[in-house]
Design a protein around this ligand. Sequence first.
Ligand SMILES: Nc1ncnc2c1ncn2[C@@H]1O[C@H](COP(=O)(O)OP(=O)(O)O)[C@@H](O)[C@H]1O
Ligand SMILES: [Mg+2]
Length: 253
Amino acid sequence: MNDHAAPAALDVDGLSVRYGRSITALTNLSLRVSAGEVVTLMGLNGAGKSTLSRAVTGLLPGQGGAVTGGRIASFGTEITRRSSRAIVRHGVAQALEGRRIFGAMSVVENLDMGAATVRRPQLRENRERMLELFPRLAERRDQAAGLLSGGEQQMLAVARAMMSSPRLLILDEPTLGLSPKLVTFVRDTIRAIRETGTSVLLIEQNATMALSVADRGYVIEHGRIVHEDDADGLRADEGLHRLLLGLGAEAAA
Ligand SMILES: Nc1ncnc2c1ncn2[C@@H]1O[C@H](COP(=O)(O)OP(=O)(O)O)[C@@H](O)[C@H]1O
Ligand SMILES: [Mg+2]
């Protein structure tokens, strides 16, 4: 898995990000996802997790943010400051925090929205693949997405991101607000995605869940990486569990 000779799915090197003139959200942050790896980025609210995800996927300008230093490369190509569309084309897709599905549109229409950058035959193939991977969505394919349960909407957001045939998938807190049963479901979904060969950057506050699927992980605090280890090392790290507080107590059990 850790073939450091091959270009990484994601290579973030010394990245700094600011919002406006005064808010520094990331400082000299470096992080790597090797091809085929699932890597987790964990940290409390406000630590800078979504900012990193936006920086990688080209969504900072829409939020008043900018990369002020460092570089981002994916599969050997520099993508720093590229447009979000160019980055999707390059093979990097993101399922946004908070789901953001289109409630009035059907499940299938939502899926197709994720495929703006792929050709028609590929779109149909990807759609069938996603409906196979997520039978619950297949059962509800023509239903308005707004009528899905929270867990199913989350699943739809992940499946929609997969519609662009990404080589790297970024998930921003996919278990936020879900019941334990649905958290397990999301975990199994990530395992299934990994089996397809897609590399994953999993942003999470739920350390138990994240470390049950990830190969390695990073901990972010106030916009800086404060810890990096393989999943076993992070699971054994009491400081991490204290940092992640309530979630950590559960993780340590
Ligand atoms: N659009 C924005 N404008 C100004 N500040 C922002 C914006 N988005 C996030 N921030 C600030 O950047 C920091 C990191 O936020 P964020 O990346 O959303 O953290 P996380 O996803 O870890 O909760 C926080 O201090 C937050 O208030
Ligand atoms: Mg966030």
